[in-house]
Design a protein around this ligand. Structure first.
Ligand code: ADP
Ligand code: MG
Ligand code: ZN
Length: 617
């Protein structure tokens, strides 16, 4: 029988900006600082690290949203070191776990891991150590499968708990809980059992990916009730973003781009299929680049050989599927190129995030064509698309609701398409809005293609369209997602539209005359302005999450009382045609041409942005 999750009311407490957590007066402050330097070799704490540590050590359940490379591991490894007892860490990938254990052992911190594919005797030995009075381990890493499937492990945890030796439970890469995220792992959904069994043991959930829906999913599945949330800006000022039309001579363009901007520098080229990886790599090798490919059907020794060569700078460029990248910590990746359309904005953001870890300027170039969209969509529906390794173990027979996953994936892909087809708004803004973060485009300082090319723009009053969209949300009963509303507005006759009889609604097809992307921009803007609210809803039966547009009555009256909505449109660039982008990009834009022609504004240092999260999420 289907497991029907109970929906809990969650009380989120905003942690970022709360002075209490940055205090230096905790009884453990001194010990923290000493060990941070002595054991971990860090001179100071990075943004939010001290705060997260103080909150979790005070016994709170904590949810941390921190970009990749932000230093999440320290926020549980340091407490594990100085707290009495053992810290349980759930992590999705054995290779990630091994990497962490290696670092811990190097720092003389005793740690171990248990996974299903380990020798039985080895597992027994570790379990035996857990029962001893003087258990030497400070951290025990396990895969989610282990927790969900091994009663033996649970018994040992109960025993540790009984002896007051279970210090803390850490869920790393917590977004794997969510079907809404890009690395869904069914076993993560079973982790709620931990909070049920150990209600008073503090839980620390960490991720670099969290839209409102993912966060809600995670918190629900884990059963966190009072939860302190820390988040910081996901903006990466040193990454320069651009989307370039993908033509038949895409490989020539890539070669030229690298040669002119990043010659002999290190980079990743993400490709859709294994064959693409090999083709692109072969082609670039012929052009004289030190290049190799990496994908899921290579055997592990081949893969680690390539990864190793890359780490040692023996090769510069890796052409890879999304299987490559997890846990990669190379600081000087100067470019990430997407040879094809990524599956979601979250995935895209994370893949780009592997560039420029050292804070130096780096490029993120996406080659977009509408035909790739069709290709990706097809691969998703066939289940033939390569997953990131975090999502491996993803088993179709195991899925809770295959239909809803397909819908989610399709919606994620649609958002990625509209990102690519948007040739007006700041790329940073478009990405950050997706993470529920407000961003002022003027602080982009022309470090994305759209900000760069729009020197001349006209302002257009779109108030009437905005009113129609709001009206449409009301007419359809405030129970549909934004993509559905747009479908109706554009006059679609899709199954869904027909099923809900929207084609008889007075505003069906009212936005037919608009350029593609225009209505979605305006709708997006209404969400940013809080006139429409994207409400995350958990459907009680399958436990899946959907986001639904509602009208914010408090704000909407302004719209009808004469408040105007003005959006900027480029005056030099003609209106976008659906599916086709300009073959000749605007002059001076970040394309296969020289990056150096761009006037260099110094990007602002990454600042911590406090977000009024509780209001929105
Ligand atoms: P995340 O899990 O958030 O992606 P990690 O925990 O893997 O990030 O940390 C990324 C890198 O940052 C690691 O090499 C780590 O040693 C380093 N790091 C973490 N905290 C600090 C700090 N306070 N000072 C200097 N380096 C740090
Ligand atoms: Mg990590
Ligand atoms: Zn911009």
């Amino acid at each position: 029988d289907a497991f029907i999750p109970k929906i809990i009311e969650v009380n989120y407490i905003e942690g970022s900006g709360d002075k209490r957590w940055s205090s230096h007066d905790f009884s453990w402050t001194k010990e923290l600082e000493v060990n941070n330097k002595k054991v971990f070799g860090n001179h100071s704490f990075r943004p939010n690290q001290r705060e997260v540590i103080n909150a979790t050590m005070s016994g709170c359940d904590v949810f941390v949203l921190m970009p990749t490379g932000g230093g999440k591991s320290l926020t549980y490894q340091l407490p594990a070191l100085i707290c009495h007892g053992i810290t349980l860490v759930i992590s999705p990938l054995v290779s990630l776990i091994q990497d962490q254990i290696m670092h811990l052992l190097q720092a003389n911190i005793p740690a171990a891991y248990l996974s299903a594919n380990m020798e039985w005797t080895e597992q027994q030995e570790i379990l035996r150590e857990l029962t001893s009075d003087y258990c030497k381990y400070k951290l025990l890493y396990v895969t989610p499968e282990k927790v969900v499937k091994s009663d033996n492990l649970l018994r040992h945890l109960e025993n540790l708990h009984f002896r007051e030796l279970l210090a803390r439970i850490v869920i790393d890469e917590a977004h794997c809980v969510s079907q809404w995220g890009h690395d869904f792992r069914p076993d993560y959904q079973g982790l709620g059992i931990l909070k049920q069994k150990f209600p008073n043991t503090p839980v620390l959930a960490l991720t670099a990916t969290a839209t409102a829906s993912v966060k809600e999913d995670v918190v629900q599945a884990l059963g966190l009730v009072n939860c302190v949330v820390f988040r910081q800006s996901f903006n990466r000022p040193n990454l320069w973003y651009s989307v370039v039309p993908k033509t038949k001579k895409c490989l020539e363009d890539i070669d030229k781009f690298i040669r002119e901007n990043h010659f002999d520098e290190c980079g990743i080229i993400y490709c859709l299929s294994r064959m693409d990886c090999e083709k692109v790599a072969g082609n670039l090798q012929e052009c004289g680049h030190k290049c190799a490919f990496y994908h899921g059907s290579m055997d592990p020794s081949q893969r680690s050989f390539v990864q190793n060569q890359w780490s040692k700078d023996e090769i510069n460029i890796i052409c890879a599927t999304v299987a490559f990248g997890m846990g990669i910590n190379k600081p000087d990746v100067r470019f990430v190129i997407h040879h094809s359309l990524p599956k979601s904005i979250e995935g895209y953001h994370q893949e780009c995030g592997r560039a420029g870890r050292d804070g130096q300027r780096s490029s993120c170039v996406l080659y977009y064509s509408y035909s790739d969209y069709i290709r990706v969509k097809h691969m998703i529906s066939q289940g033939s698309i390569e997953q990131s390794p975090m999502a491996s173990g993803y088993n179709r027979s195991n899925m809770i609701n295959p239909g809803s996953i397909l819908e989610t994936n399709t919606e994620n892909l649609m958002r990625m398409v509209s990102y690519c087809e948007n040739d007006v708004d700041c790329r940073r803004l478009l990405q950050l809005v997706h993470f529920g973060e407000k961003f002022n485009s003027s602080t982009c300082h022309k470090t994305c293609d759209n900000c760069l090319k729009i020197t001349n723009f006209i302002e257009k009053d779109v108030t009437e369209i905005a009113k129609q969209l709001v009206e449409l949300v009301k007419l359809t009963g405030q129970r549909f997602s934004s993509s559905h509303i747009l479908e109706v507005y554009r006059g679609s006759f899709s199954q869904m539209v027909k099923k809900n009889r929207h084609e008889t609604v007075s505003l069906h097809a009212a936005g037919k005359h608009l350029a593609k992307g225009e209505a979605s921009r305006i709708l997006h803007h209404l969400v940013v302005e809080d006139i429409l609210v994207e409400e995350v809803k958990k459907s009680d039966f399958y436990g899946s999450v959907s986001s639904i547009l509602k009208v914010n009555e408090l704000k909407v009256c302004n719209l009808f009382a004469g408040h105007k909505i003005i959006l900027r449109f480029p005056s030099s660039v003609k209106a976008t045609k659906p599916g086709k982008s300009d073959a000749t990009p605007a002059k001076g834009s970040l394309t296969s041409g020289k990056l150096n022609v761009i006037p260099i504004d110094t990007p602002q240092p990454q600042t911590e942005v406090d977000l009024n999260l509780s209001a929105k999420l």
